[in-house]
Design a protein around this ligand. Sequence first.
Ligand SMILES: Cc1ncc(COP(=O)(O)O)c(C=O)c1O
Length: 443
Amino acid sequence: MSEKFPLIKVKPPGPKARAFLKRDTKYISPSSARAYPLVVRRASGTMVEDVDGNHYLDFTAGVAVTGTGHCHPEVVRAVREQAGELLHMSGADFFNPLQIELAERLDKICPGPSPKRVFFSNSGAESVESAIKLVRYHTGRPYIIAFVGAFHGRTMGALSLNASRPIHRKGFSPLVPGVIHVPYAYCYRCPYGETHPREELACIRWIAEELFKSYVPPEEVAAVFVEPIQGEGGYIVPPRAFLKDLSALCKKYGILLVADEVQSGMGRTGKMLAVEHSGVKPDVICLAKGMASGLPLGATIASQEIMGWPPGSHASTFGGNPVSCRAALATLELLKGGLMDNASKMGDYLLKGLRGLYKDHPIIGDVRGKGLMIGIELVKDRETKERASKERDKIVRRAFEKGLLLLGCGRNSIRFAPPLIITRKEADTALTVLEEVLGEVER
Ligand SMILES: Cc1ncc(COP(=O)(O)O)c(C=O)c1O
């Protein structure tokens, strides 16, 4: 890597990137919405290099995946070793020692009664899809509650739980029936017009007093699916009472609480799972993204009692393949060996820096986060909270051109989800670039 970092040698997209973009348009499905024209050649740690030789500081971690940093040597070593031993021998039909070892580790890591069982898949959507089937199977109940602003994936079941962008659903209906959406604890824009802190959360009260008393019999609800911190919806951190009260309400009616930790899990918030900050023990946990530092792996985790479905009821050919499992075991070692602590420490540092920017930049309406899952919400006016969506897009684009990789989330927020290995110097660099860009856009 060069001395100067980030380093933009050619204004992106450079000539090589442009040539790839042309071929991409011709051959790749246009359904993915790319934030900016970054064409990646290689990456290491917090650095991403594009095909024209530009070096970027990655504050996206490949969408909260490479928590250990890109191509961490320990992970690469484990992957190389495993690739020479066994690439595949489907867990759907045969037994796999690495799956068993990883499941034992996950049992210890995840809150809730031991021993737990794990269903391995390949992605976040699949881990949620598996959870949808599991909660219906276990309870025999038809309904599922999900939240406005939620994102759980793109397969039909997971998609049916989504409520963060209409484009996700447009043209794909009818979706899976029986899903009811209720407002999330988005306190910056409380849908009930309330301000916090207060004793009782309106969003929980509404489920208990309106939903359950007007049209949904609670004894027919199989599960509530919740992101402990909403990700794609805008990096929204609910008050601590939210998950506690939700869990208590679920318990009252025998409803399972499913924590979708696909984005918030694997040490990103400074604890292995974000739900741990609330002390709540979910009945089912969905993991993916950061689990295997970039290799595809999903996991749905529940108690033995809940995961009691019979052989043949659910399976996956590739799910939990040996190379991904080895990468996950190496990832867990690294997280426990200091990265989770670094996420906590650097998260506080970055949050403080962003709060500093808040003072001087009225376009920042809200700063929120836990560990290295941090968001800022941009507004045209702090009083009216009018969303600064176009400005958000401009800021993300300009940051890219200056060598800082960021991603938007929600309608007008920016997420900071760097690899958990970041240093103070890198946090300072990100803050400096951001400040420059905020100044440009505010002018
Ligand atoms: C909370 C959450 N659940 C599920 C998913 C879907 O994961 P994948 O894209 O691996 O299917 C995502 C992806 O962003 C997510 O953030």
